[in-house]
Design a protein around this ligand. Structure first.
Ligand code: BGC
Length: 393
């Protein structure tokens, strides 16, 4: 009734124009369409009350890419509306946060990846970071602290974070590599610092937990869970850590059964043959270890399966297609949402053998070539993801 009353008064004031009758929605103050009117506290599954917003940087890249396409252009343009995570992959990228945070509507979530640990990507080369192993001081003061300062300016906006892909899983399975030994202390302390510092009421954090073909092996489940839990406890068990992220920038199917690698002889030692099974196995292991155990799963590039010889092959897999769209309707209690963490079209690593960050995984027969440096746009690869999207756009 209040709405109707306001509408009548408004039309009386403006006179007898044949203007459309304002509705309740029209008379809402403008600010209501922007951030929430009061401070946001994210509890439970953050993806149920709010949904993720498409980030502007990726949307722009996609629109520019679509403009160059002669086929599938309409389908490609739809990708611009899909929410992805914005990777803060270097100190200089911190400036991208605010433009993607300042006008988020109240019913939406902004989403970022925290990704700049010292000695990053210790078991590979493609994403070696800007900070050398050991330089935890810079990670804290020049990377995490400034990010926290920005987030503190937006208490009325919901934010979801994926914390440091690959880092803790590498400390479980690649701990004998010298580079990972050099990085180990910084990863543990760095992730704990991120957990503690980013523990703001309007933030929900998911720490990276690799994928089924990584920590899903029978022998890795428990040590993996203990690794995540020990860092979490070192941080003082911060409330806003909601759980773990799987399949980040990965290729595994959500629920293909039998799983993609089920026929391999070593499959007997891994019951996590798809990501759903992985979540079902890893979540209880985490609970036992004392870590909150809700999952989000990256389905951005898993539309096509059967492309890899080994499920450890991670670089620009040829023939891949965009996967299931982001949603909180997962039909799986332990999984909060399907998300697109890796923005499809951005490279996993360069195929240029002479480059410093060339990793032999990016030179495999099943890897798309030519491919630019990690994070750089790969137009042809994007076009392939669109053409092979499953479900189709
Ligand atoms: C790269 C980052 C990039 C991210 C998303 C990672 O592999 O190292 O630079 O931002 O992928 O494309």
């Amino acid at each position: 009734m209040k709405g109707l009353y306001t509408a009548l008064v408004a039309s009386a004031i403006t006179g007898a124009f044949a203007a459309p009758t304002p509705t309740d929605q029209d008379v809402k103050p403008r600010a209501a369409a922007a951030a929430c009117a009061s401070a946001v506290t994210l509890t439970g599954n953050p993806f149920t009350a709010k949904s993720q917003v498409a980030n502007k940087d990726y949307s722009e890249k996609v629109k520019a890419a679509a403009a160059q396409m002669s086929t599938n252009q309409a389908a490609a343009l739809k990708v611009a509306d899909v929410p992805t995570f914005l990777w803060i992959d270097r100190i200089a990228a911190i400036e991208l946060i605010e433009p993607n945070l300042k006008d988020i509507p109240c019913d939406k979530l902004a989403a970022f990846v925290i990704y700049d640990l010292p000695g990053r990507d210790c078991a590979a080369k493609a994403s070696n970071g800007e900070l050398p192993a050991g330089d935890l001081a810079t990670y804290k003061s020049k990377y995490i602290d400034p990010i926290v300062a920005i987030f503190k300016k937006y208490p009325n906006t919901g934010i979801v974070l994926v914390i440091e892909p690959d880092s803790l899983p590498n400390l479980v399975t690649n701990k004998d590599l010298q580079t990972c030994k050099d990085s180990a202390d910084g990863y543990k302390k760095g992730v704990a610092y991120a957990f503690k510092s980013l523990n703001l009421p309007n933030i929900a954090m998911y720490v990276d937990a690799g994928h089924g073909g990584w920590l899903g092996w029978n022998d890795n489940l428990k040590p993996g869970a203990q690794m995540l839990a020990s860092v979490y406890k070192d941080a003082g068990s911060p409330k806003q850590v909601r759980g773990f992220a799987t399949n980040v920038a990965g290729w595994n199917s959500w629920d293909l059964s039998p799983g993609e690698f089920s026929k391999k002889t070593d499959a007997q030692w891994n019951k996590a043959q798809n990501e759903k099974q992985y979540v079902d196995l890893f979540s209880p292991a985490l609970k036992t270890a004392g870590f909150p155990a809700q999952a989000i799963v990256d389905t951005g590039r898993n539309g096509v399966t059967g492309l890899r010889e080994e499920w450890g092959n991670w670089c620009n897999v040829k023939g891949a297609g965009f996967g299931r769209r982001p949603t909180s309707s997962t039909s799986h209690t332990l999984t909060d949402a399907f998300v697109w963490v890796k923005p499809g079209g951005e490279s996993d690593g360069t195929s240029d053998e002479s480059a410093d960050r060339y990793d032999s995984f990016c030179g495999k027969t099943e890897s798309f070539k030519p491919a630019p440096e990690a994070g750089q746009w790969n137009q042809q690869y994007f076009e392939e993801l669109v053409a092979n999207a499953n479900p189709k756009f």
